[in-house]
Design a protein around this ligand. Structure first.
Ligand SMILES: [Fe+2]
Ligand SMILES: [Fe+2]
Length: 218
């Protein structure tokens, strides 16, 4: 099989990701992802954020030293710093609400652990980027939009953290993943592996989200 041109390759990844989003979004209501919030649910959601932000940083950090070009290596190192900063902000918010920041970190749901174990085991920078940053991290602003709307009347401080810090900074690093994929995933075999990683990552993410929502306090 011949390699796709960089733009065609990205389009293929986007089409795959968006097809998955359509499916997941259609199912979200069925497992309660849009349920009205309570303080206990908000706390749990913040704990989920701690796992997602910290794990994104942890699985990415080992690959930063493998990025050949400085113009991508430097922003990717800032990405790691940023995700850890978001983790700290979420932990502080949980403490302010008298919760345990490590509640979900210390006893992760099986599906959540499976998701991050998969990412940690990927064999190349491009597969990781396809699966995490180009994959389900792209869903974060979309799911957060609904969370922000619902949490605003109940807890405007948490809403502001999501809107003004987490999401605002998310936009700042969205350009990096497509650039890495275009520049480095140029042969047919690495493109095939990236597509496979994206598909599995999305599947596992969907399962983790579902399991998380089903585990929510009533
Ligand atoms: Fe983040
Ligand atoms: Fe992010």
């Amino acid at each position: 099989m011949e390699a796709l041109k960089p733009e065609e390759f990205l389009q293929q990844l986007i089409a795959t990701r968006e097809a998955f989003w359509e499916k997941m979004n259609a199912e979200r209501k069925s497992y309660g992802a849009e349920k009205p919030l309570t303080p206990a649910v908000v706390l749990r959601r913040l704990q989920f954020g701690v796992v997602m932000e910290r794990k994104a940083a942890e699985v990415t950090a080992p690959w930063v030293s493998k990025i050949p070009d400085l113009d991508l290596q430097q922003p990717m190192s800032e990405y790691v710093v940023n995700e850890l900063k978001h983790t700290s902000i979420l932990c502080q918010r949980i403490r302010d609400l008298n919760g345990d920041p490590d509640g979900l970190w210390n006893s992760p749901l099986a599906e959540l652990k499976e998701l991050w174990d998969f990412h940690a085991g990927l064999g190349s920078l491009c597969e990781l980027i396809a699966s995490v940053q180009f994959g389900h991290e792209e869903f974060f602003p979309r799911t957060s939009k609904s969370f922000i709307e619902r949490v605003t009347p109940l807890d405007p401080t948490t809403a502001a953290i999501y809107r003004d810090v987490l999401l605002a900074e998310e936009e700042g690093h969205e350009w990096i993943a497509p650039e890495i994929l275009k520049r480095y995933a140029t042969d047919a075999e690495s493109q095939r592996k990236c597509l496979a990683a994206l598909k599995t990552g999305c599947e596992l993410f969907g399962r983790a989200i579902q399991s998380f929502n089903r585990s929510m306090p009533a």
